[in-house]
Unconditional design. Structure first.
Length: 153
């Protein structure tokens, strides 16, 4: 264990099943920055997570990243995966948010089968879109799962 930067092996695997190419981005507001990567149809990009991921967001837009700045928060109009790692009671907390808009379908599948998946294929079918709704934020034991995010059209 190396200070506060050590974390159980948590990976966010992003999968493109949406378009020819898309730009996947993540943002951690309590850190300096985030990152982005162009992901071609059928390919994936793995993001390594640290325990400093508090209120982090992952989203994608169709098309390439094209020299865009990766160190910015999400724009309005995008479907977002939100996660807080080790957010209390030794849990990771996560959800799909379409409150700021919807651009791509998104599924979240934790690798731990005891942790709940979420599906948001269209704005009207998004689980967790209603604040305070029963499907909103899910909890998974800290370090017990990685997360597979599949962007779909």
């Amino acid at each position: 264990m190396v200070g506060t930067w050590c974390v159980q092996a948590i990976t966010i695997e992003t999968v493109n099943k949406a378009s020819e190419v898309m730009c996947v981005r993540y943002w951690i507001p309590n850190e300096v920055g985030g990152g982005c990567n162009e992901v071609r149809m059928g390919n994936k990009w793995d993001i390594q997570v640290t325990d400093r991921w508090k209120a982090a967001t992952v989203w994608a837009t169709e098309g390439g990243c094209g020299g865009a700045h990766c160190n910015t928060g999400p724009p309005t109009g995008v479907t977002q995966f939100e996660i807080t790692v080790d957010g209390g009671w030794s849990n990771d907390y996560y959800d799909i948010s379409a409150l700021a808009g919807f651009n791509l379908g998104l599924t979240v599948a934790p690798t731990n089968p005891t942790c709940a998946s979420q599906i948001c294929t269209s704005l009207s079918t998004c689980q967790g879109v209603v604040p305070g709704g029963p499907d909103r934020t899910k909890a998974c034991k800290y370090g017990s799962a990685s997360y597979v995010l599949t962007f779909i059209k």
